[in-house]
Design a protein around this ligand. Structure first.
Ligand code: RB5
Length: 148
């Protein structure tokens, strides 16, 4: 499995723990920045991570900013991306089972590393249910996306 990771200065506090956690599990990580805690703009890193998923260079994307909001909004502007903003373990598996989310966003000013790593493990370890009603709703998202 390959995961692309992106964050701004607001999310960088979680970056070392997330990347080393993924690598310890044998997951290859593409790091699109930010690379330091100087003030930066989340749309840059949200787009870079989302494009890597869109192009199929990564199976999943994980993005972190202060709240997770700005970077998830950005990622969701990229066609084909379903980026879920998640701060609890229930939503981590529900969004994979129901929405087939291909990106996970979290806020480093909202949750700590322990919960963030649990959420990542659940998100990456859960498959899409494949149930007709969920696929139909995902197709509905794609329809809206294609009408822009
Ligand atoms: C940066 O201060 C902060 O606005 C950003 O990390 C994020 O929380 C935006 O949604």
């Amino acid at each position: 499995m390959k995961v692309v990771f992106g964050c701004d200065h607001g999310g960088i506090v979680l970056k070392p723990e997330i990347i080393s956690h993924l690598e310890k599990k044998g997951i290859e990580v593409i790091d699109v920045g930010a690379y330091d805690d100087s003030s930066s703009d989340y749309p840059v890193f949200g787009e870079l991570a989302a494009r890597a998923v869109q192009r199929g260079e990564a199976d999943f994307g994980i993005v972190v900013c202060g709240t997770g909001i700005g970077i998830s909004i950005t990622a969701n502007k990229v066609p084909g991306i379903r980026c879920a903003l998640v701060h609890d373990t229930f939503s981590a598996h529900a969004t994979r089972e129901h929405n087939d989310a291909n990106m996970l966003a979290m806020g480093a000013r909202v949750i700590g590393a322990g919960l963030a790593l649990d959420i990542i493990d659940i998100f990456l370890g859960t498959g899409f249910s494949g149930e007709e009603r969920h696929q139909r709703r995902i197709d509905g998202i794609t329809r809206v996306e294609n009408e822009q």
